[in-house]
Design a protein around this ligand. Structure first.
Ligand SMILES: [Zn+2]
Length: 203
């Protein structure tokens, strides 16, 4: 049994990393790592809390919360995947904090602060054209994130600007894309740094 437990802990450790560096996009993260049909993330969260897998808890809370409120509060789930009022409260509070951070950060990344464009290239469409088409394109990116965050959050996911734009870069130049890529890593890092705190796991 001790050998079995330590093997489980190794798997858990990889899929619910303790550090931002452990969050490798190509690696399997969260409940998909378990063999057989993937358990509901609420069930994993309950199990980790019972088993006191403390180091895996920030990520387990995130995996449950990222699906949004309906998933956290789903009444059709089996009892093992239903969250107690205390755990639910913590998870919802954390989700709301992450969503707020995500929306503000994406807004800043795309629209710049105080209406200034974040891009410095003179030939960038965001500078040369001030027409509604460009600002519409920028607004669309912000709206996409806001929509996807409506029921949850994507704040730890690697997101390319192309994906967020839906395949076309209207209103952006290559420099904008680079700016997004570096900026978005920071957004993910900051979100990661907040996890323990927003899910009440500090101290
Ligand atoms: Zn640009």
């Amino acid at each position: 049994m001790p050998g079995f437990r330590s093997r489980i802990l190794d798997v858990v450790h990889d899929a619910y990393p303790e550090t931002f560096e452990g969050l490798v996009p190509s690696k399997q993260i969260g409940e998909s790592v378990f063999s057989g049909p993937a358990p509901h993330p609420n069930e994993v969260l309950n199990l980790f809390i019972q088993q006191k897998f403390t180091s895996a808890l920030p990520m387990a809370y995130y995996m449950a919360a990222q699906r949004g409120l309906d998933s956290l509060m789903d009444r059709r789930l089996p009892p093992s995947a239903r969250l107690s009022p205390e755990i639910l409260q913590v998870a919802i509070r954390g989700l709301l904090a992450l969503r707020e951070m995500e929306l503000k950060a994406i807004h800043r990344l795309i629209l710049g602060s105080k209406g200034s464009r974040p891009c410095s290239r003179p030939n960038c469409p965001s500078r040369t054209t001030t027409g509604p088409r460009v600002s519409e394109a920028h607004q669309k990116v912000v709206d996409r994130i806001a929509d996807s965050a409506h029921s949850g959050t994507k704040v730890l996911q690697v997101l390319s600007l192309r994906e967020v734009c839906g395949g076309e870069y209207v209103g952006f130049c290559e420099n904008c894309v680079e700016g997004w890529e570096t900026g978005h890593v920071d957004v993910r890092k900051n979100a990661w740094g907040m996890l323990s705190d927003v899910f009440g796991l500090k101290g």
